[in-house]
Write a protein that binds this ligand. Structure first.
Ligand SMILES: [Ca+2]
Length: 437
């Protein structure tokens, strides 16, 4: 799935308003969980917003835990990512290029000063199909943030033309300002020059050894013709790759392609389409990613160095609208098969491994946000195998990001519904346990 629903034929559904906690009603009867959903077309459980007259007490009942969906803050524009500071602030990126602060439950009116130049629609960005995806994307804290105050951002750098390119910067976040900003990485992953040149990737994570990873999308180069000549299969650019860096942007000497002529040494894995979620397993330290496939081909991948994840040569999707074949097959020697696929696609986005105390039966499970699928999915893994999937939340909008708070609660960033730079504001909500089963 593409981030905006599809690259063609996208029409704006009615805006969903996240309601105050005591107004929010989930309706698990109308949106039944897992087994049913997996085999229903998306429209069978179309989001129709909170239903004030709906299911009794506003409690969402799922297999292992019951919870309420509570509003944390409203008034955000295209929130993409959330990060909790040691002081208890919640930092939220807005895709038009703003970093916001939620403090003591209040969204501060001023955005953070000092961000690097960011290309977004309305900031020099060309209006095009998919280009509304440009802007500020992820924000994560350095593992030693409490002492060094380093905040890392991914964003679309203005670049040499109106298309821009994805980049990483870091700066010191203190006193609600970003200072000493330095650009650590600017991708050689340029657009295809057309009005379809989105798919940025841009998800950041630090692993347990302190290395910095970022996903890079393929920039929507056509998946047609000679598939193995696609930029995502070409290691002389960064399109459709995962990169690995030291925290200061240097390339680690043990990256798999260091010293290989004609290959960018930052590359850790390749053959990706548009990975929007990435998380490190709390016990094994394994790196996991999800990525948007075409229709019917969203993937979950276990990321291992030097591996090719196949896009667009192998996969499980078909072209939007026409339903025609894209790939040469689903499996090929030398290309990694996904650990899990979503059929239909749910537009996978932020993901995490849950480790908190608030929902003890979910500890160790993976949570995955869905944009077009408008849901939060819970996956249970045994080793690298997904053994169970459950839909926890549906009907509150496109879910862009999921994070665990210091309180163990689960925070969701709700994406907007329009293709404009702004559009109706959306909110941050959280799941709060409600009783026991
Ligand atoms: Ca793949």
């Amino acid at each position: 799935m593409t981030e905006s629903g599809a690259w063609i034929g996208w029409s704006s559904p009615p805006a969903l308003q996240v309601k105050r906690t005591n107004d929010l009603q989930m309706n698990p009867r109308r949106c039944p969980s897992l087994l049913t959903l997996l085999f229903l077309p998306l429209a069978a459980c179309a989001p129709d917003g909170p239903d004030p007259g709906g299911d009794d007490d506003g409690i969402v009942r799922t297999a292992l835990h019951d919870f309420r969906v509570e509003e944390v803050a409203d008034g955000l524009v295209r929130p993409f990512s959330m990060a909790f500071t040691p002081e208890g602030d919640l930092l939220v990126t807005e895709r038009p290029g703003r970093l916001r602060i939620i403090r003591d439950g209040v969204l501060l009116p001023d955005s953070v000063d000092g961000l690097p130049p960011i290309r977004a629609l309305g900031r020099g960005g060309r209006s095009m199909s998919g280009f509304e995806q440009a802007g500020l994307r992820d924000a994560i804290l350095h593992p030693d943030f409490a002492t060094n105050r380093l905040l890392y951002l991914s964003y679309v750098n203005p670049g040499p033309d109106s298309l821009g390119t994805i980049a990483i910067a870091r700066g010191r976040f203190e006193n609600d300002r970003l200072t000493a900003v330095e650009e650590l990485f600017i991708a050689d992953a340029f657009g295809n020059g057309t009005d379809r040149s989105s798919m940025w990737g841009g998800r950041l994570v630090f692993d347990h050894d302190g290395y910095l990873f970022m996903t890079l999308g393929d920039r929507q180069w056509p998946s047609a013709g000679e598939l193995e000549a696609h930029p995502a299969q070409d290691l002389s650019n960064h399109n459709g790759s995962t990169i690995r860096l030291h925290d200061d942007g240097r390339v680690p000497e043990d990256n798999p392609f260091v010293g290989r002529a004609g290959i960018h040494p930052e590359i850790w894995t390749w053959g990706h389409r548009n990975a929007q979620g990435m998380a490190v397993h709390p016990e094994t330290g394994d790196l996991w990613q999800n990525e948007h496939g075409p229709q019917g081909g969203d993937e979950l991948n276990l990321i291992e160095p030097g591996r090719n994840y196949g896009w667009p040569v192998v996969g499980y999707g078909v072209n939007y609208r026409t339903g025609s074949r894209i790939h040469s097959g689903t499996l090929m020697d030398g290309m990694e098969p996904p650990a899990h696929i979503w059929v239909p696609s749910i537009g996978v986005s932020g993901m995490l491994f849950y480790t908190g105390e608030a929902f003890p039966e979910w500890r160790g499970d993976m949570l995955v946000a869905g944009l077009s699928g408008r849901r939060l999915a819970r996956l249970r893994l045994e080793g690298s195998e997904v053994t169970h999937e459950e839909t926890l939340v549906q009907g509150i909008g496109r879910i862009r990001d999921v994070r665990q708070g210091p309180d163990g609660l689960i925070y969701l960033a709700i994406d907007g519904e329009t293709r404009d730079i702004d559009g109706p504001p959306t909110g941050i909500v959280r799941l709060v346990p409600a009783g026991r089963r």
